[in-house]
Design a binder for this molecule. Structure first.
Ligand code: RP5
Length: 155
């Protein structure tokens, strides 16, 4: 993520990864404040065994796009809800990549962070049968929870 201030949002991605027992790391790497670290991190990620990068940032959110420019790994971008523009700035900065370097962009904020974790899991599950089972179990549990909920109103 681009800043420690993004943690409140990005913790939701980490929670999903933890729940699904996916090894992960959470780092602050800023496109603007630590550009050299960003290049180093993205360039070395694949060799370090990383398979998917979730990049969350807010405002003029260059982190996911620049990260994707420096690695062939799939990059999932999470637009953090900014104070000034409610995350619309983050969303447009991340989603409008020119053709050639893709960033898979999720929803603004916590839902996007959770779904980034689930999308990373889905990508990894294509080559990991045990993870595919855990992901299927999570989805089945989520479905059952809705189906088994008490009606909100009955007359
Ligand atoms: C972005 O600037 C970060 O991703 C964060 O969302 C935003 C604000 O950062 P702070 O000023 O709170 O560190 O680079």
């Amino acid at each position: 993520m681009g800043s420690r201030s993004d943690w409140e949002t990005m913790a939701h991605a980490v929670q999903v990864l933890s729940d699904l027992k996916i090894p992960h790391e959470a780092r602050v790497v800023s496109a603007h404040r630590t550009p050299d670290l960003l290049f180093e991190y993205a360039e070395q990620a694949e060799a370090r065994g990383i398979k998917v990068i979730i990049a969350g940032a807010g405002g003029a959110a260059h982190l996911p796009g620049m990260c994707a420019a420096k690695t062939q790994l799939p990059v999932l971008g999470v637009p953090v809800q900014s104070k000034a523009l409610n995350g619309l700035d983050s969303l447009l900065s991340i989603v409008q990549m020119p053709a050639g370097i893709p960033v898979a962009t999720l929803a603004i904020g916590k839902a996007g962070a959770s779904n980034a974790g689930l999308l990373a899991a889905a990508i990894l599950a294509t080559t990991d049968k045990a993870l595919a089972k855990r992901l299927a179990a999570f989805r089945a549990q989520q479905t059952a929870k809705v189906l088994n909920d008490e009606p909100l109103q009955q007359s």
